[in-house]
Design a protein around this ligand. Structure first.
Ligand code: AKG
Ligand code: FE2
Length: 335
């Protein structure tokens, strides 16, 4: 197989169900433009909320992390959708916000990411629309949800990404690429994986909206019950630096820790599959990121990508979408 990974790295991915590749993304040319783009998104949000009288100041002098946290804390709201480059299930409206900026598009098309993915699935690569940016403010600075210990958008429950797409994608060779924009540690809520469990097939996922917490201390949400997970001692914390990437098999059980630090935990999760296989969220647009055989089918225009999401929003707003997963219509935050 072509691509940038060594035969040993590919074998390790296949054996363990995950692979961390260090120093893949350049800080100055890849990560900094993304931070700059999101600083603009946050600035617009701050100005909008200030005009609406929801925050006392636009907090222009604060760092990105402190500014975001301050706004979450002051309003008690979760603005995840404002920054994300996908749409929610069911609740999409004609004006639901999302962000599909050129730096995000460039990340999806990043050559170093695609080279690594090519080693696993070959040179016909589709950017699957199951994709997120996750901005998780420090939980001790957020308001608790009424009557619970839960804070918005924090520890991700145990799940397999195969479990958060529809059955038609069960055989899709979907690779998850998770990457932190800033260092990810156990303290600030890095990912945690169960190695080698991807050989065990798709595990049951159970919806649970109660205030109960999982063994990471996060909300249960749509989760794999403990009894189906390997022993806790086998869990591996994925501490990573900005520039590192984590590749995961679609059936690797994973979760994330709570953010117990003083800073926002900021990450992206992207997914790719061989072109032509079902994405598992057919209502949303993906695109051909790389094609060795038909390079003219690749999408290179960030504005065309945004147009595809605008079209999807108009199409699905107010409509009843097919469920994102087979377990629970309302669970959208765990992919
Ligand atoms: O970043 C997280 O907390 C969860 C990410 C995740 O589930 C994924 O990348 O598939
Ligand atoms: Fe996931």
């Amino acid at each position: 197989m072509t691509g940038s990974l060594s035969a040993d790295q590919v074998a390790s991915f296949q054996q363990e169900g995950y692979l961390v590749v260090r120093g893949v993304l350049d800080q100055e040319t890849v990560l900094d433009p993304i931070s700059a783009e999101y600083a603009g998104v946050l600035d617009r949000l701050a100005n909008q909320l200030h005009e609406q009288g929801q925050i006392a100041s636009v907090y222009a002098d604060l760092s990105f992390s402190d500014r975001l946290t301050r706004i979450y804390a002051e309003t008690g709201q979760d603005y995840a959708q404002y920054f994300d480059f996908t749409l929610p299930q069911g609740a999409t409206k004609a004006d639901t916000p999302f962000w599909t900026g050129p730096a995000v598009f460039a990340l999806l098309r990043n050559e170093a990411i695609l080279d690594a993915v090519e080693s696993l699935i070959g040179p016909e690569i589709y950017a699957n629309p199951v994709q997120h940016v996750r901005l998780k403010p420090p939980e001790h600075l957020l308001r608790r949800k009424a009557g619970t210990d839960a804070v918005p958008n924090n520890a991700t429950p145990w799940h397999q990404d195969n479990g958060v797409v529809t059955e038609e994608a069960d055989d899709t060779d979907m690779i998850t690429v998770w990457l932190p924009l800033t260092r990810a540690t156990v303290e600030n809520g890095c990912l945690v994986v169960q190695p080698r469990s991807h050989h065990d097939g798709l595990l049951p996922h159970c919806p649970n909206d109660s205030p109960a917490t999982n063994r990471n201390g996060g909300p249960l949400g749509l989760h794999i019950p403990d009894t189906f997970l390997g022993p806790e001692e086998q869990e591996l914390n994925m501490e990573m630096e900005a520039g590192d990437i984590l590749l995961m098999h679609r059936r690797t059980p994973h979760a994330s820790h709570r953010n117990r630090s003083d800073h926002v935990r900021w990450s992206f999760d992207l997914r790719y599959n061989p072109t032509g296989q079902p994405s598992g969220r057919s209502a949303f647009p993906g695109f051909i990121a790389r094609s060795a055989s038909e390079p003219w089918t690749e999408l290179h225009d960030p504005l065309a990508w945004t147009d595809m999401w605008l079209e999807a929003r108009a199409r699905v707003s107010g409509a009843s979408l097919p469920a994102f997963n087979r377990w629970d219509r309302s669970a959208v935050t765990c992919a």
